[in-house]
Design a protein around this ligand. Structure first.
Ligand code: MN
Length: 201
């Protein structure tokens, strides 16, 4: 019995994040990159034991296995992108729900310090990858991962992410990754999504 892994619909219209992220970027990022990872994954798992697994189980079962790298990369990228779309929203940024804000202040001192650490982590990621706020042993942390790597395979619970692959920002910001990350943090980040992930942990 096999279940195709599906490409979830975007949680907003393709132009809803403009001008911070243009409809043109979304059309490539969601319509080509994310869709491509899902399509590649379905081809790679067809006829294998993984065809019957939900996406998260495909990721945890293939992580760190040299002969399963292609499946892991496409599965993790499929998951990471869905998580990224949910980490953004039109008219985001702004107020952080109280319970999350308390946890952020306990771990980072201030919300601003947390945002600065995220931006600095994004700048220090050499090449393609992701920055995350995670829950790790009861404490909130900012971490970065390379390429398709993600926190679930490292025993950490992701609360939100920002994609720092060039395809996420190059059409709109060219090489200015810091401008992209800081503008996303101020105008699009979905603190409510992070709060709901914290609550479900
Ligand atoms: Mn991406």
């Amino acid at each position: 019995m096999s279940n195709d892994i599906l490409l979830p619909p975007l949680p907003y219209a393709d132009n809803a994040l403009a001008p911070v992220i243009s409809a043109n970027t979304i059309s490539f990022h969601y319509g080509k990159h994310h869709k491509g990872y899902v399509e590649n994954l379905n081809k790679l798992i067809a006829g294998t034991e993984f065809a019957a697994f939900p996406l998260e189980k495909i990721i945890t079962e293939t992580a760190g296995k040299a002969d399963k790298t292609a499946i892991f990369n496409n599965a993790a990228q499929a998951w990471n992108h869905t998580f990224y779309w949910n980490s953004l929203k039109p008219k985001g940024g702004g107020e952080v729900p109280a319970a999350l804000k308390q946890r952020i202040e306990a771990s980072f001192g201030t919300l601003d310090a947390c945002k600065k650490e995220l931006a600095a982590m994004a700048m220090s990621q050499f090449g393609s990858g992701w920055v995350w706020i995670v829950l790790d042993g009861g404490k909130l942390k900012v971490v970065k991962t390379s390429n398709a790597d993600m926190p679930l395979t490292m025993g950490m619970k992701p609360l939100l992410t920002i994609d720092v692959w060039e395809h996420a920002y190059y059409l709109d910001y060219q090489n200015r990754r810091a401008d992209y990350v800081n503008t996303v943090l101020d105008k699009l980040i979905n603190w409510g999504f992070a709060a709901s992930n914290l609550k479900s942990s």
